[in-house]
Design a protein around this ligand. Structure first.
Ligand code: GLC
Length: 599
């Protein structure tokens, strides 16, 4: 009887002070670990390049799926089976430390067929709606958890300043406070009940200055992506750190280092950024993950890259082992890392700090007790109730920028002609980071196109016709044309000019021949240059990259929803303004920050 009383007291105390008891568990486990096991915990490999046996042989502590890195069986069960098989191998290691598995579910579980795909961050930014963004993140977490995956490399807390950057759409806004609010809402949505299986670890990225690089300084053959960000101390504290401080104050568990350079030094090499600023000054207690091959871009040989980055405060390295694409073999990483420790270039203290941070996150997520997929979430995966929220997010993300009295359309217009590739292409309305890293055109996953939304919205006596280039729009009463950008991601999307494409200009010309009202909808990851075109349009809506629920667009077109979206980014008048401080009234933007019309 006596012992059980003490057990109850211990349980009660550890319940009262979970952090304390986790710190104790971490310290106990760390004491038992060999150096090899510790280095294994600091190593992340992409599933495509991993020999699963190395989870046992080298104690690999983390796996990721980079964009498009999907199992043979790309079904929910296929993912859950894959995840469980890796965790099963981890349970065969000496200390049974569970894996943590990361993925970019940046606008829904976007690698998995049938997942609910939400608007990219640029669209969510235009909703200015923290509650909605929390709901989007909560649903994303549930769909990610249904496949077992437990860590999302999101939210991106970039504050993009140059529309030519291929990652512009991954930012919520040009305003640091809005980025902080929506980024934190997202973190809370992912990490809403840590320890419960539908909670996933969030990752504030990319620390720091990813959206402030200068054109022409890009790395990796890119024009601006991964370039150099020249940031004064004043700007650092009054702009760039604002979203991160709020993320840390709200318990974000991981931070990802940024590819770019900060005032000429690669972020991945900067002890000032990670040791002094992020951990010491901002009080970050989670762990820092590198970006994909992020340490390789530090000047010097690979071994010095390892030493420099780990000593700078990177706790886990996304190696990721992509030798076939020119990356490093993770076995070399492990060997050179061990050498560096044995020769004293990396201290045991640094290793213990990094591993403690990683173990603490794994404990806080409940992975030690609960490391298999919870398949009860599979039923709701891609469900209509999830898609209803995505459709709400689409409605609220759309910004009405021009309306010469033509909108809202009535549902019994006799004949509507719809044109443009994007009107009937799920891949184009989803954009990058969807099914593949770069995204792709076509019927890539389950969803509703903008055209399908229009067709289901109109009454029976109304005719809707469609062609891609608008040549067959004669006899219609109104034309709707969807223009914009084909999918891209990261530096592949860096673009010197942001003019409309030749095909869009041709389609607009074809439609303008018929002299009926023309409604233009843009699918894009950023504002494009439209100043010399918009005067010929009777209405203009920015729909950004809305994801799978294209019927959210028709909800606005037909007035089922009175548009509330506002620009979370100023819209430049011309490319010569970029990057520009739009508060300069002598050189105003075409549309200001927070501009948006309603009915
Ligand atoms: C990419 C991106 C980063 C992503 C990581 C893993 O290159 O920079 O945002 O999380 O690699 O896919």
């Amino acid at each position: 009887m006596k012992i059980s009383k003490y057990i109850y007291i211990f349980i009660f105390v550890s319940f009262l002070f979970p952090k304390k008891s986790i710190d104790k568990k971490v310290a106990n486990l760390l004491d038992k670990m060999t150096m090899d096991e510790k280095i294994g915990q600091m190593t992340q490999v992409d599933r495509r390049f991993l020999n699963p046996q190395d989870i046992i042989d080298f104690g690999i502590g983390s796996i990721l799926s980079g964009g498009g890195s999907v199992p043979e069986d790309n079904s929910i069960e296929g993912w859950a089976n894959m995840y469980d098989s890796y965790q099963e191998l981890a349970q065969q290691t000496r200390l049974k430390i569970p894996l943590i598995y990361g993925i970019d579910a940046v606008h829904g579980h976007n690698n998995v067929k049938g997942a609910t795909i939400f608007p990219h961050n640029i669209g969510l930014g235009c909703t200015f709606d923290k509650k909605l963004v929390y709901k989007v993140a909560d649903i994303t977490a549930r769909e990610v958890a249904a496949t077992g995956i437990d860590w999302n490399f999101a939210p991106c807390l970039a504050i993009p300043q140059d529309e030519r950057w291929g990652r512009y759409y991954e930012g919520y806004s040009e305003d640091p406070d809005l980025v902080a609010d929506l980024g934190t809402a997202t973190i809370k949505g992912y990490q809403n009940k840590l320890g419960k299986k539908h909670s996933i670890a969030a990752c504030a990225k990319h620390f720091i200055g990813d959206g402030s690089t200068l054109w022409g300084t890009g790395d990796n053959d890119y024009k601006i992506d991964r370039g150099n960000a020249v940031i004064s101390d004043e700007e650092l504290y009054n702009k760039h750190l604002i979203p991160y401080q709020k993320a840390i104050d709200n318990g974000v568990l991981t931070v990802m280092a940024s590819f770019n350079s900060y005032n000429g030094l690669k972020c991945h090499a900067s002890g000032y950024l990670f040791n002094d600023l992020l951990k010491e000054e901002l009080g970050f207690e989670g762990f820092v993950i590198s970006d994909w091959r992020g340490i390789d871009e530090i000047p010097g040989d690979y071994k010095s890259d390892i030493i420099t980055s780990i000593n700078a405060g990177i706790d886990m390295v996304m190696v990721p082992g992509d030798v076939i694409w020119g990356g490093q073999d993770y076995h070399d990483f492990l060997r050179l890392f061990k050498e560096s420790v044995l020769e004293g270039s990396i201290s045991e203290e640094r290793i213990n700090d990094a591993v403690s941070r990683i173990l603490k996150v794994k404990y806080m997520m409940g992975l030690f007790d609960n490391h298999y997929a919870d398949r009860s979430y599979i039923d709701d995966f891609g469900s209509s109730k999830h898609r209803d929220v995505a459709r709400e997010a689409v409605r609220k993300s759309i910004v009405l920028l021009k309306n010469e009295g033509i909108l809202p359309l009535s549902k019994d217009v006799k004949h509507i002609h719809v044109a443009g590739l994007g009107a009937n292409d799920i891949g184009m309305q989803c954009g990058g980071w969807t099914m593949e890293w770069q995204g792709k055109l076509g019927d890539i996953t389950k969803g509703t196109t903008i055209l399908e939304g229009i067709q289901s919205a109109v009454l029976n006596n109304s005719k809707v016709t469609y062609d891609i280039n608008g040549e067959n729009g004669q006899n219609a009463d109104v034309g709707i044309i969807v223009i914009g950008e084909k999918p891209y991601a990261e530096g592949v999307g860096d673009r010197e000019n942001l003019n409309l494409s030749e095909e869009d200009i041709a389609t607009l010309k074809n439609m303008q021949k018929y002299n009926y009202p023309l409604i233009v909808i843009m699918l894009s990851g950023r504002p494009l240059m439209i100043s010399d075109q918009i005067n010929n349009w009777d209405a203009f809506l920015a729909a950004w990259l809305p994801g799978t629920e294209g019927d959210g667009v028709s909800d606005v077109l037909f007035g089922d929803y009175n548009p509330t979206g506002k620009l979370s980014f100023s819209w430049p008048n011309s490319i010569s303004q970029i990057p520009h401080d739009y508060q300069d009234k002598k050189n105003p933007a075409l549309f200001d920050y927070k501009y948006g019309l309603n009915y």
